[in-house]
Design a protein around this ligand. Sequence first.
Ligand code: ZN
Length: 223
Amino acid sequence: MVKQTRRQFIASAAASVSLFALGRSYGSTPEYESKRNTMTKDLSESESQYLETIMLNDVELRHLRRCVELATEALNAGDEPFGSVLVSANGTVLVEDRNHVVTSGDRTRHPELKIALWAAANMSPEERAKATVFTSGEHCPMCAAAHGWTGLGRIVYVSSSRQLAAWLAELGVPPSPVRPLPIHEIVPDLMVEGPVPGLAEQVHDLHRRFYSSRGFPKPAAAK
Ligand SMILES: [Zn+2]
């Protein structure tokens, strides 16, 4: 199969899954999962990443771009570059937040935790289950647990915890006191999508800038 045809095949698979997805409300269903798995089972890693990107519709990509903007705002304020948005089943943006850990001096001030706490206080269990959290970086274990306990629905992230851990290791940043476990290690049955190539590079750049302002990589480590 020539490359062009293969790409076309993936595009038509994505269109098929997306059309199917139009019939679902946000949140996972066994039928949707099974359809996705059938479509992605024979694809290489880069092909399935490509498929994921084109399966996200324009509105979802707009929410993810907003998360990157919020992460940039955090960076410009001196905080770690993370941003998140909570979107209801009917597409309304309910809460936006960015990281505040440096400026507040409180290392739990993650946007995903604020969203989970807001959802617990302001939404019914049904509304929470059908909502989607878009975020620039995959939830840390603290935020994933809060998300899981609150019963929130799908998560779509730009860059994964694994990517972040690799980026920080490359810059010589000491490991965080909390292990960077993937969301599925904390909340196994949640519908989680990401990373999103292209946008993830932008997030990588924000982290480079954040740590560069703090002297990473250290001159001794940078050969
Ligand atoms: Zn967190």
